[in-house]
Ligand binder design. Structure first.
Ligand code: FES
Length: 180
């Protein structure tokens, strides 16, 4: 039987056309779309996390300050309740009512001490004075009362929402919450 040698192409033009180019292009496109998809997914997760912070305790969240009965008693005797977790003081704004004031001075942000025996909150940095019952401004260089935060009564507990620090021009009775 006679052996017939296989034909060897003599030039590139004679080479069979394989689909390598198409395959490489498809692969490159697949990788690019995968990377783009991963980037978009990561960005979406980061955006959602920033919109819905997971922090659930301390300043920036709702803080349970204690039982209403205990707080009412302490406000009558000590004239304030300090809350380190939520960065606020509870003050006896009116008879049987309390206001939660953020302890950051409205001048340059120093932490103010609780009310003294003279009934004032006196900032130790540049000597701004605030009313020890309401946080109203008595003397500058600060230009506003201490900020306040909303209070709710829930199951006999006083809860302060420290995510809602509110600036005000003056003290108004509506800023206080009845404890009875
Ligand atoms: S920071 Fe309180 S008076 Fe300046």
């Amino acid at each position: 039987m006679m052996h017939v040698p296989a034909q060897i192409p003599q030039s590139r033009a004679q080479l069979p056309i394989l689909d390598h180019t198409t395959t490489r292009r498809k692969f490159t496109r697949y990788v690019l779309f995968s990377l783009l998809g991963a980037f978009v997914a990561t960005s979406a997760v980061a955006t959602v996390r920033s919109l819905y912070p997971t922090k659930v305790k301390g300043f920036g969240a709702r803080v349970i300050a204690g039982s209403v009965a205990e707080i009412a008693t302490t406000l009558r005797t000590q004239r304030y309740v300090r809350n380190d977790e939520g960065h606020f003081y509870l003050l006896p704004a009116a008879q049987g009512a309390a206001i939660a004031v953020y302890w950051k001075c409205k001048h340059l942000g120093c932490t103010v001490p609780p009310p003294g025996a003279n009934g004032r909150i006196e900032c130790g940095c540049h000597d701004s004075w605030y009313d020890g019952a309401t946080g109203a401004l008595l003397k500058g260089p600060a230009t506003h009362p201490l900020d306040f935060m909303p209070i709710t009564i829930e199951n006999g507990n006083l809860v302060v929402d420290t995510s809602k620090v509110t600036t005000r021009e003056a003290y108004e009775p509506t800023q206080a919450t009845p404890l009875g």
